[in-house]
Structures are given as structure tokens and as C-alpha cells.
Design a protein around this ligand. Structure first.
Ligand code: SF4
Length: 247
């Protein structure tokens, strides 16, 4: 389908052209030799923090950008997006030694929405995530576990998933897999409690070989619906999949 056939196609195409030009100019402002990476994981292993910024730019100007393409994108960023961007800034600093000059959301609707990311604000965001992790003592929590690199192996976390306390993860045995024309993968997964269909999984997010009968764990997925027959899930850009996580 061509974009102009969409209900808001004209508006979207006009925005795409305008925003595309704006984004290109923004990236060009980092200089011709700038290193621009998309969806490259950044980690601070010492604090068990990690994240995948949409765009990281290192040149005469450094940037961490999060792309917002939704039609409902507001002129300001939500508190959770602000926190996420500040964490990305911290991860950039941890990896490259200095905070990025620009920390911003780039919205299709509104263009660049820069957020103040002074060292104090970034430190506060890191502290708040760590505090949220510790606030529950040894107990898993959605805030603490979401970006924890130990998720796949942390059994107290998986116990919480089975209790229904963490809503963005699932595990089970692969009963079927299929690849769409888009290249995205769908998995049918059976667990003791129910059956799951997870669509929209990018091959790049899967660790291990997908095979029927293998045990799989999936984190940071979005549950779309749930019935007695099966739960429907969708993968996103931060979803991670590990096949045979227990070896
Ligand atoms: S996944 Fe496990 S180790 Fe990580 S924050 Fe959750 S409970 Fe703690």
C-alpha cells in the first residue's frame, strides 16, 4: 500500500517529507564524518542497566535520539519517555565518556523535542531506576526488571511472571514458527497455563536457534489480548528472545 492511500496519507506524507528533511539536517549538523548508529544496545554492566536508543550520533555534535512516529505524539514527552532518554544519556556517557550534547525525542508530528539532560538530571534518573529496583527488596518489579540484563536467568523474576506480577514476559515451548514476508517471525508457544501467539519478532532480537520443541523466554513484549484459548502478543524494538535460556 502506498502511503498516500492511508486515511491520513497526505498529512503523513507531508509530515514525513518535512520531518525527514529536518532529521537529515539535524544529523548533518554532527559533521560529515559523524558515526551514526541505529538501535545499537548500550550497557552499564556495573549498574545492570542497558538500553537501545533509536539513533546515536557521534561527531562534532553528539546526540541520543528516540523516534516517535505515533499520530498521538504530544508536543512534550511523557515522564516515562523523559526517564528513558535520560537513561540513554547515562548509557552514552558510560560508553563514550561524556553526556551527549543533544538528548531528544524526534516526533513525526512535532519534530525535535529536546529534553534538558544536565548531569544532575541524568544522575537522578539513574538513581530513581536503581531505587525502584531496590524498593521492593529482593522482589521483582516491573520498573526494576524491565531493563535488567539478568532477566532470562533470574528465576525469581520468572516466578513473578507466572504469578502475573510482570506483564511483559512469557515463556514456554515453541510449537510452531513462521516467517512473514516482512521477515518478522511469529511463534506459537505452549506453557502449562496457556498458549501464546507472538508476532512481529525481529530475527535480530533472537538469541539461539528457533526450533519446535525448544524452550523459549521472551521479555519486553506487549500483550495485546488474552482469552482462555490463547494470549496474543506483539514484539517491538526492545523485545528480546532467548531460545533454550537454561542451556
Ligand atoms: S530480573 Fe531478577 S535480578 Fe533483575 S531486577 Fe528483576 S528480580 Fe532483580
Amino acid at each position: 500500500m502506498h502511503v498516500s492511500e492511508l486515511r491520513n496519507g497526505r498529512m503523513t506524507r507531508a509530515r514525513l517529507v518535512a520531518r525527514g528533511t529536518q532529521l537529515a539536517a539535524l544529523l548533518a549538523s554532527a559533521g560529515s564524518g559523524a558515526d551514526i548508529t541505529c538501535e545499537e544496545p548500550l550497557a552499564d554492566a556495573s549498574r545492570l542497566l542497558w538500553g537501545i536508543p533509536d539513533i546515536v550520533v557521534r561527531g562534532s555534535r553528539t546526540m541520543v535520539l528516540d523516534l516517535k512516529t505515533g499520530a498521538d505524539a504530544a508536543t512534550d514527552v511523557s515522564e516515562s519517555v523523559r526517564l528513558q532518554l535520560l537513561l540513554y544519556s547515562h548509557l552514552f556517557r558510560f560508553t563514550y565518556g561524556a553526556l551527549p550534547a543533544v538528548t531528544a525525542a524526534f516526533s513525526l508530528a512535532h519534530g525535535l523535542i529536546e529534553i534538558p539532560a544536565q548531569p544532575e538530571a541524568v544522575d537522578l534518573a539513574v538513581e530513581s531506576v536503581i531505587a525502584a529496583r531496590h524498593a521492593t527488596g529482593a522482589r521483582p518489579s516491573p520498573e526494576g526488571c524491565r531493563h535488567c540484563p539478568r532477566r532470562f536467568a533470574c528465576e525469581s523474576h520468572w516466578a513473578a511472571v507466572h504469578e502475573g506480577d510482570l506483564a511483559d514476559a512469557l515463556e514456554g515451548v515453541i510449537s510452531e514458527s513462521a516467517t512473514a514476508e516482512s521477515g518478522l517471525i511469529a511463534l506459537r508457544i505452549s506453557s502449562q497455563a496457556s498458549k501464546h501467539l507472538v508476532t512481529g519478532i525481529s530475527d535480530e532480537t533472537i538469541r539461539g536457534d528457533v526450533a519446535v520443541g525448544s524452550h523459549v523466554r521472551i521479555v519486553r513484549a506487549l500483550q495485546l489480548s488474552s482469552s482462555e484459548r490463547q494470549a496474543m502478543w506483539r514484539g517491538g524494538k526492545t523485545t528480546a528472545v532467548e531460545v533454550d535460556p537454561l542451556g
